[in-house]
Design a protein around this ligand. Structure first.
Ligand SMILES: [Zn+2]
Length: 672
């Protein structure tokens, strides 16, 4: 269990946060909504707490071990001339894996004191610092100058000589994010000093009248913003803005084209194009810089692009980026299932981007996307054991097509290009930051996660305690504990899925009519709260012990796609609450592509504490198609049907899986 931060760790974290705050005044302009820091939120439920504990106990040490084993950490030692050798690996961005693990580990240190992990990080940071050149440059492949194997791509041997593919600035962005997280968690400046020294080199190198290039892979923009937040150094924010304004602007650099979102000025862009992770990192950086500078042109652009994604490029699991070729966004409504790419990093980037839009607009529709993505695409990328991963997250597998990176049909402990495992590690470690938020008027309850939080509201402390068995049950009790009576708005999200809107667009809809309505009560009395942008707004004078009860009916729902998604035509997917379901061959008479789920098949939900760490499954009777005795005809047999949550598929060996099932027998035995 993820224990509540002890008084000691909390006071430590607060002291550091305070020292950072007292050193740096809050930015003059910022997002109108702030997350409640995850260090103030205890997650103590039966769903997330075990996954987050597994992340801390297994996934993060596993990532560190593989960074060591595959030479990613040794590359810093060689770059520092403390050992002989060539660069190990085939990608210039391998340094970033080390930075992302440090970031994830730092978040866990913010919650749980762990002197051994703290020391381990210091040893890695010392190696990173030793590799840094006197003027701040840090990019091990270029510094070492020779590779053990022929590089695959993304290597630049001359300093800032190939911004388009070299990933120097991408690495820098992850270094900055890691440094900010490490400083905030530990108060130590060892990594922060490396980061600011490098950022200072970037501010001297890039800008009007200097190098006018932009990174081929966006990320440094978000990193610079985080560094600005912890140091107060305006020039970092200005550089982030410079990189954004230069993108798609032929003034001073040759445009890279749509693959890198460098085809037209970003304020004119209106569709999500190119490499999906780059795209969503760019849009996240635009939101950050818009919030902190008031640069108003960015917002209409990212709002337009968001509408484009949710209405035509979003998988029902929350994944984005349909194409294997180029890890890219597909055309409108091109959402193949078996050959879906839906990279783990893209799902995480999608959540990051949507969280920033929520903080700008205060609309729960962005949290709907985050919830869908977190419970399905992101959680599905890491095995229950915590040490096996998907880079690629298809919605169907025939057990033969090697969809996963490094040519595999199942989960793998690591990849040659291993961006995803450390990314999911940092996401899970900081998951608590998505649960609650606050603004001048009050508190937002965004996700339903058992535990408690403490919100500092205009000098008052308010503790919220959430009791729920979500996502398996829709009953949520929120106990409000202000330190004294206090008037504020409690905005409780009513999920789109409970309001007949699985996603904030017409891309998916429930086929089976209206479900039962949700109910809300305060201290046992039903209330009809006004719904504002997806939130039930409860504005009152709160007394200690007041309790809000939200009841979200959770029937099994049938989802169908916009007919323009050809892969899903005539097919249905199953959901219950925020969970998307899949069927696996191990549970369905050895196959999934012969299963037909007629509209009148009676389905029911059943808790299975014995299965896959404890899940609710969907059971019923379906039709199975089999070859007839003559070998030519097809016979139909009724058979037992069992669907498991998508996020736990492929935890019982490599098997066949499908999310979208045919509704009628007339369809062929085809893999969707
Ligand atoms: Zn990745």
């Amino acid at each position: 269990m993820n224990r509540f931060p002890t008084a000691r760790t909390l006071s430590l974290a607060l002291a550091y946060a305070l020292s950072a705050l007292t050193a740096q005044p809050a930015p003059a302009r910022d997002y109108p909504i702030q997350p409640v820091p995850f260090t103030q939120t205890e997650i103590a439920d039966g769903f997330w707490a075990p996954r987050i504990a597994k992340n801390r106990e297994v996934t993060i040490p596993h990532n560190l071990e593989y960074c060591e084993r595959d030479g990613r950490i040794q590359n810093f030692v060689v770059a520092a001339h403390r050992a002989d050798g060539a660069f190990q690996g085939v990608f210039g961005f391998d340094d970033s894996d080390v930075y992302k693990v440090i970031e994830g580990a730092a978040y866990t240190l913010g919650l749980n004191a762990d002197p051994q992990l703290d020391r381990e990080l210091d040893l890695v940071i010392a190696k990173i610092a030793a590799a840094q050149e006197p003027d701040g440059y840090l990019y091990t492949v270029g510094q070492i100058g020779k590779t053990a194997e022929k590089p695959t791509c993304c290597v630049s041997m001359t300093r800032f000589g190939d911004l388009r593919t070299g990933h120097e600035l991408y690495n820098a962005g992850h270094l900055f994010e890691a440094a900010a997280a490490h400083f905030q968690a530990t108060g130590k400046r060892n990594l922060l000093e490396v980061a600011t020294k490098y950022a200072d080199l970037l501010t001297r190198t890039f800008g009007p009248g200097r190098n006018m290039g932009v990174p081929g892979h966006e990320e440094v923009e978000m990193g610079l913003v985080k560094l600005y937040r912890v140091t107060g150094r305006e020039e970092y924010l200005e550089l982030a803005r410079f990189f954004l304004d230069q993108r798609g602007n032929a003034r001073g650099h040759e445009l890279y084209g749509p693959y890198n979102q460098d085809h037209e000025p970003i304020i004119q862009q209106s569709t999500a194009v190119g490499h999906a992770v780059r795209a969503a990192y760019l849009y996240s950086g635009m939101a950050d810089v818009a919030a902190l500078t008031g640069a108003s042109g960015y917002l209409p652009a990212i709002d337009r692009i968001w509408s484009d994604v949710v209405s035509s490029k979003l998988y029902v699991t929350g994944g984005i980026g349909a194409e294997h070729e180029g890890e890219a966004m597909g055309d409108h409504f091109h959402l193949p299932n078996r050959t879906a790419y839906a990279e783990t990093c893209a799902a995480i980037a999608n959540a990051m981007w949507n969280y920033r839009l929520f903080r700008l607009h205060g609309d729960a529709k962005y949290i709907d996307v985050i919830e869908r993505t977190a419970y399905n695409a992101i959680l599905g990328s890491v095995a229950l054991s915590g040490d096996l991963f998907f880079y690629v997250n298809p919605l169907a597998s025939d057990g033969r097509y090697a969809f996963n990176a490094d040519n595999s049909t199942g989960r793998r402990p690591w990849f040659r290009c291993s961006c995803c495992p450390p990314n999911v590690a940092r996401f899970l470690a900081s998951f608590g930051s998505y649960v609650y938020a606050q603004d001048d008027a009050g508190i937002y309850v965004n996700l339903f996660v058992g535990g408690r939080t403490r919100v500092d509201l205009d000098g008052r402390h308010v503790e919220l305690r959430q009791a729920t068995e979500y996502p398996w049950k829709g009953e949520v009790a929120i106990s409000v504990q202000p330190d004294a009576e206090a008037e504020f708005a409690l905005r409780v999200r009513v999920p789109g899925w409970a309001r007949e809107q699985p996603v904030p667009s017409a891309l998916y809809r429930y086929q089976d009519g209206a479900g039962r309505p949700y109910t809300l009560s305060v201290n046992g009395r039903p209330v009809k709260a006004a719904l504002d942008r997806g939130y039930a707004v409860l504005e009152r004078r709160w007394k200690p012990g007041d309790t809000v009860q939200l009841s979200l009916p959770m029937p099994v729902r049938r989802v169908i796609s916009d007919d323009r998604v050809s892969a899903n035509r005539g097919r249905v997917a199953l959901e219950r609450g925020p969970i998307v379901y899949a069927i696996e061959s191990v549970d369905n008479a050895g196959d999934v592509f012969n299963v037909v789920l007629p509209d009148d098949a009676v389905l029911s939900a059943k808790a299975r504490p014995d299965l896959l760490g404890g899940v609710t499954v969907i059971t019923g009777r379906a039709l199975g198609l089999y070859p007839g005795d003559d070998g030519r005809t097809v016979v139909t047999r009724e058979q037992d049907f069992l669907a498991v949550p998508y996020d736990v598929w492929s935890n019982r060996g490599e098997d066949r899986m499908a999310v979208w099932l045919p509704r009628k027998v007339s369809l062929d035995f085809e893999v969707p």
